[in-house]
Design a protein around this ligand. Structure first.
Ligand SMILES: *Cc1c(COP(=O)(O)O)cnc(C)c1O
Length: 213
């Protein structure tokens, strides 16, 4: 786990409007408490089963905001809507429709990023651009959804310039749709993401070190 000074330097180096999500998957709640002590309030988890006990253990820290970043299965939507304030990984029309319906039942309005797939990548989900544009009128009419931005993950094989191009395309699409936020950039490509207009960096290993579980 990085030291307070390193964390502070990293945060101070970010342009205004760029937020840092500490992706705590694979790390114990004590590590989350340490980062809370550094002033960090936003934490990301990718599996509901792993997140629930941590969220419960940390419920004395009432200021924490929980972000779901993993693949979201249909049968996990209710749990995620109950426990999380942000969902970064909404990758289909049927999924966001389900989130909307369940959010109404649960009287929640989660902050939503739509995950987009701007290049062929069999390992990753996401809306392809044409489908997103076609579904857009339906998406914006959904209740209990606070649509804030787009999220994307470049293929691991991409080099720095290819990643930048992809991030740039994501930023342009978000602007075209009138969305303020772009959730892009992880430990190994956050600099490229900042350059191309990311507003949420999702950092795991850079902050916490190697995953423990
Ligand atoms: C694990 C994960 C991260 C953090 O990855 P690092 O490379 O450890 O920074 C970011 N986003 C998503 C969707 C993840 O699953």
């Amino acid at each position: 786990m990085i030291l307070f000074n390193e964390f502070k330097n990293l945060k101070d180096s970010l342009p205004l409007g760029v937020s840092l999500l500490a992706v705590s998957k694979g790390h114990h709640q004590e590590s989350i408490r340490k980062f809370f002590g550094y002033g960090q309030l936003d934490f990301g988890e990718s599996r509901l089963q792993e997140a629930i006990p941590k969220i419960n253990d940390l419920n004395d820290l009432t200021q924490l905001r929980w972000h779901f970043v993993g693949t979201l299965q249909k049968n996990k939507v209710r749990g995620v809507v109950r426990e999380f304030d942000f969902i970064h990984s909404v990758d289909s029309l049927s999924l966001i429709e389900r989130i909307s319906r369940i959010s109404q039942e649960e009287q929640k309005t989660p902050n939503i990023f739509l995950q987009v797939k701007l290049t062929e990548d069999p390992k990753k989900g996401g809306f392809i651009k044409q489908d997103l544009l076609k579904s857009w009128p339906q998406i914006v009419s959904l209740k209990n959804i606070n649509l804030i931005g787009l999220m994307t993950i470049p293929p691991i094989a991409f080099n720095s310039n290819q990643k930048k191009d992809l991030f740039c395309e994501c930023r342009n699409l978000a602007n075209y749709l009138g969305l303020k936020d772009c959730s892009m950039g992880m430990s190994n490509d956050w600099l490229e993401a900042v350059e191309e207009g990311s507003t949420w960096l999702r950092l795991g290993s850079l902050l916490f070190g190697k995953r423990q579980t």
